[in-house]
Structure formats: structure tokens, C-alpha cells
Ligand binder design. Structure first.
Ligand SMILES: [Zn+2]
Length: 172
């Protein structure tokens, strides 16, 4: 199953199930049923407010965010679904970090669950740089279904990778 690059970190049984759903043409329906609604967070401004609200609720004491934006240049593979950068600057006698969060554009038109998952992921990097146990505990504290949402997002990326439809494109 080397054709499922988004799922390499998961057990063989889960990957086999995904491959079967894909082969039977049922993956789109499964995802649509599980995530029937699209969110409305489409602009960088709305995204900043959304992430800022999550931060206020869960990580009030973490360092402030200077920028949050959708970024079409992010290659969505493995763990690079978003990007968190901290640029250190000397300000007076202090060293201050400028935190920016960038989120892949695939999240712009999608269900609220996927957006929350990536927002929580990037926020957790304010506290933990590595993808270690403490990092995922923080993610799950902010969103108890974090792992399920990430897996399902990766199912969706797999579907798209195999020529499947965009499922949450806005009706205008
Ligand atoms: Zn990460």
C-alpha cells in the first residue's frame, strides 16, 4: 500500500480499510456523512480571529500570535499540514519571539472539525516544538477528538490524491 503516503504513520489494519473504501469508491460518502457541514472561516482575518479565540480559551498564557494566515504554498504531506514559525528578535534588553501560524489552503473549504484540528496542532507548537507525547496531550486537551479528525483529514487527502472530488466547496 505504498500509494497511501498520507497514512504511513497508521497501523496496517487502518490503512487496509482506507484502501478498501477507496477501491470501492465509498470514501467520499463516508467522509461526507461523518462531516456534513462546511465552516465559514475563509479569509485570513476570520482565520486569525478563529485561532485567537481558541488560544484565549486554552492557551491564554502562551506568547502572542503576530500573524495567522492560509498559505497555498504549504505542501500537505506527513506532518506539514500547517506551519508554525517563531522568529526571535531582540527588543530592548529582551529576546522576543514573533509567532506566525500558516495553514494549508486545503483547510479553507472543509468541515469545522478539520480546521479545529490544524488550529489546535499549530497552537500546541507555541508550547511544544516537537511532535512528542506532551505535544499530543496538549492537542487532545484542546480537542478530545484530535486523533480521529487528523486521521479523517488524511483520508480526505488520500481521496483527493486519487482524483476524488472536493467535498466541502462552498455553494455560491
Ligand atoms: Zn507540527
Amino acid at each position: 500500500m505504498s500509494s497511501l503516503p498520507y497514512l504511513t504513520a497508521y497501523p496496517e489494519t487502518l490503512r487496509a480499510q482506507a484502501a478498501q473504501l477507496l477501491a470501492e469508491g465509498r470514501l467520499a460518502d463516508v467522509l461526507r456523512r461523518r462531516y456534513p457541514q462546511a465552516h465559514e472561516v475563509r479569509s485570513d482575518k476570520a482565520l486569525y480571529q478563529y485561532v485567537q479565540e481558541l488560544k484565549e480559551r486554552h492557551l491564554r498564557n502562551a506568547e502572542p500570535l503576530s500573524k495567522v494566515a492560509f498559505d497555498s504554498k504549504i505542501q500537505v504531506i506527513r506532518h506539514a499540514l500547517g506551519l508554525h514559525t517563531a522568529i526571535s528578535r531582540v527588543q530592548g534588553s529582551k529576546l522576543k519571539a514573533k509567532h506566525e501560524i500558516r495553514i494549508a489552503t486545503v483547510f479553507r473549504e472543509g468541515p469545522p472539525e478539520f480546521l479545529r484540528m490544524i488550529a489546535v496542532h499549530e497552537l500546541a507548537h507555541l508550547k511544544e516544538k516537537q511532535h512528542n507525547k506532551a505535544f499530543y496531550q496538549l492537542c487532545c486537551a484542546m480537542e478530545p477528538h484530535y486523533h480521529q479528525f487528523e486521521f479523517d483529514l488524511r483520508l480526505y487527502l488520500t481521496l483527493r490524491d486519487h482524483g476524488g472530488p472536493a467535498l466541502w466547496v462552498a455553494q455560491r
